[in-house]
Design a protein around this ligand. Structure first.
Ligand code: NAD
Length: 534
């Protein structure tokens, strides 16, 4: 399993004479080293999980209301410190401050709101009335129990909102959590840990283990009860294989190649603004970003023109500057992926209408927002996740072709349809293979705390957010109590010819067609009560 990255460095601790791996937190806009943090060793990870396991019992024993109160406390703290936290996100992940505020801090505040409002009800036992006649003497309930210790592995692109939404859902349902954040964004994870602790979460109930892929692998191999992974498809595949080998439940939130379909009746001004924002927000490093745009041929030229004009007005720079629209990419490696895909598309005939190159004068990791026209399905840029500020746009001729193009992908995270006719948009949305389809908006589904988030095909397995996100954090136990403890069950031993006849009658009584056959069945079955001696 991969262990090193540009953010991992080894230092010889001379007094101990052992190599201590460190992860470096680097400001992607300037290249400035913010801090180096020691990687948790395999033993550190195992010990964190052991501590979490013993603390979880007590954590679940406290009333769900008490856990909700801790979330409320956390929510107040995060709100009070919103600017400081958003600035730290900008310094460590590069996105403009206002994006950090809206797509990270606000998303987490609202997710906490959702959990505060819904966790009590969610954790209540759910009565399960029985329809089958033979089972009428019983009372059943579905009981939700925490899984125990949840291991979370998270990426760098939404370094607060992704791990925080998952962590809060796990904690409020009574689990302990060990989080291994991305090696690029350890500081924001440590800040999150300190806010949760200040809100009253016991230390062992939520722990951050800093590190790289090797630290993640140690968490995966530790004694956790479920793994929640958000990251790339290749890592996700490796993780799924390791989980399968030990039958460890896993939630996988992986990459996307989200299509945007602009139908012939769409508002070109609105849809082009959406495409530009949807492709370039967070410098295109969003799992839900617009990665492929298909526009009806009748609007194609106008749409391209509008996108180019709007893109040229965007200001690229340091996210701490309030005038910045687009910040840097996270690191050189990601930049190279984007550069290679754009070069390959150009070589195969795509036209670069604007952008298409690095901006070294701004800093180490800047890439100009890029609009590509005349892209074809054979190009990598239309097949593989780009995860950068590129908007490739292709024409289509009719709705059926647009749906085919949208579905022609190994991914299935989200999609959007743009039309003035919502019924038409909804009908097309139902034919698109994706976890989420938005009509007349992009990406904002991530900020709807009630909406399940997740994909199909290579985009993952399972759902985060909302009630389904809480559901991922619990085990279902069916609890059944028979109200006639002194009566033997009809179907126990005592088999024989007459019992068989009675049981045939019992089946007919319930399911035969026609009242007459049912009544006869009822009369035949009555004798079973007499038969039940053993
Ligand atoms: P990544 O797969 O490189 O890493 C994700 C996490 O896994 C990191 O914490 C990393 O240290 C850890 N890791 C890496 N190798 C590991 C291994 N062998 N064993 C255990 N852990 C390991 O992904 P990334 O570059 O950090 O994030 C970008 C990717 O995440 C993109 O593909 C993006 O689409 C995806 N993503 C998906 C969603 C979603 O909700 N579907 C959200 C955000 C990002």
């Amino acid at each position: 399993m991969s262990s090193s990255s540009p953010h991992t460095v080894s230092r010889m601790a001379t007094d101990l004479q052992v190599a201590v791996r460190k992860v470096a937190s680097i400001n992607p806009a300037t290249g400035e080293l913010l801090r180096e943090v020691d990687c948790a060793s395999e033993t550190d990870v195992q010990q964190a999980v052991t501590r979490a396991r013993s603390a979880q019992i007590q954590w679940f024993a406290v009333d769900v209301g008490a856990r909700v109160e801790i979330l409320r406390h956390f929510q107040h703290t995060l709100h009070a410190r919103k600017s400081e936290v958003a600035r730290l996100i900008t310094r460590e992940a590069g996105k403009p401050y206002v994006e950090a505020l809206l797509t990270e801090v606000l998303v987490v505040l609202d997710a906490a709101r959702f959990l505060i409002e819904n966790a009590r009800n969610f954790m209540r036992d759910q009565p399960t009335p029985h329809g089958g006649l033979a089972m009428k003497t019983k009372v059943g309930r579905i009981v939700r129990e925490p899984r125990g210790v949840i291991g979370i592995l998270s990426p760098w692109n939404y370094p607060l909102s992704i791990p925080a939404v998952e962590t809060l859902a796990a904690l409020v349902t009574g689990n302990a959590v060990v989080l291994k954040p991305s090696e690029c964004t350890s500081l924001i994870a440590l800040e999150f840990e300190s806010m949760l602790r200040a809100a009253g979460t016991p230390e062992a109930v939520f722990q951050v283990v800093v590190g790289d892929g090797a630290t993640g692998a140690a968490l995966l191999e530790s004694d956790i009860d479920k793994l929640v992974f958000t990251g790339s498809v290749p890592t996700g595949r490796r993780i799924a294989q390791a989980c399968a080998a030990r039958l460890l439940p896993v939630l996988l939130e992986l990459g996307g190649k989200d299509p945007m379909l602009v139908l012939d009746d769409a508002d070109v001004d609105v849809a082009s603004s959406a495409a530009v924002w949807g492709a370039f927000v967070n410098a295109g490093q969003a799992c839900l970003s617009v990665e492929r745009c298909y526009v009806h041929r009748s609007l194609y030229a106008r749409f391209l023109e509008a996108c180019v004009e709007k893109t040229r007005k965007l200001r690229v720079g340091n996210g701490l500057d309030a005038e910045t629209d687009i910040g840097p990419m996270i690191h050189e490696r990601q930049l190279r992926i984007v550069e290679n895909q754009v070069e390959q598309a150009k070589a195969l005939g795509a036209r670069v209408l604007t952008g298409g190159s690095r901006l070294p004068e701004l800093g180490p990791n800047f890439y100009a927002p890029t609009v590509l026209a005349d892209v074809t399905p054979q190009m990598q840029i239309m097949q593989q996740e780009t995860f950068g500020p590129v908007l490739p746009i292709a024409p289509f001729d009719n709705d059926a072709q647009a749906i085919r193009l949208a579905n022609d992908s190994e991914f299935g995270l989200a999609a959007s349809v743009w039309t003035r006719n919502s019924a038409r948009g909804e009908a097309i949305a139902r034919k698109i293979n994706a976890g989420t389809v938005m009509v007349n908006d992009v990406i904002s589904c991530f900020g709807i705390s009630e909406a399940p988030h997740g994909g199909i095909k290579a985009s993952g397995i399972g759902r985060a957010h909302g009630l389904h996100g809480m559901q991922e954090m619990v085990r279902l136990k069916y609890l059944d109590v028979d109200r006639l403890p002194r009566v033997k069950k009809l179907w126990w031993y005592g088999y024989g010819e007459s019992f068989t006849r009675h049981m045939e009658g019992f089946v007919d009584f319930q399911f035969a067609r026609g009242m007459g056959r049912r009544v006869t069945g009822a009369l035949r079955s009555i004798g079973a009560l007499r038969d039940k001696k053993r």
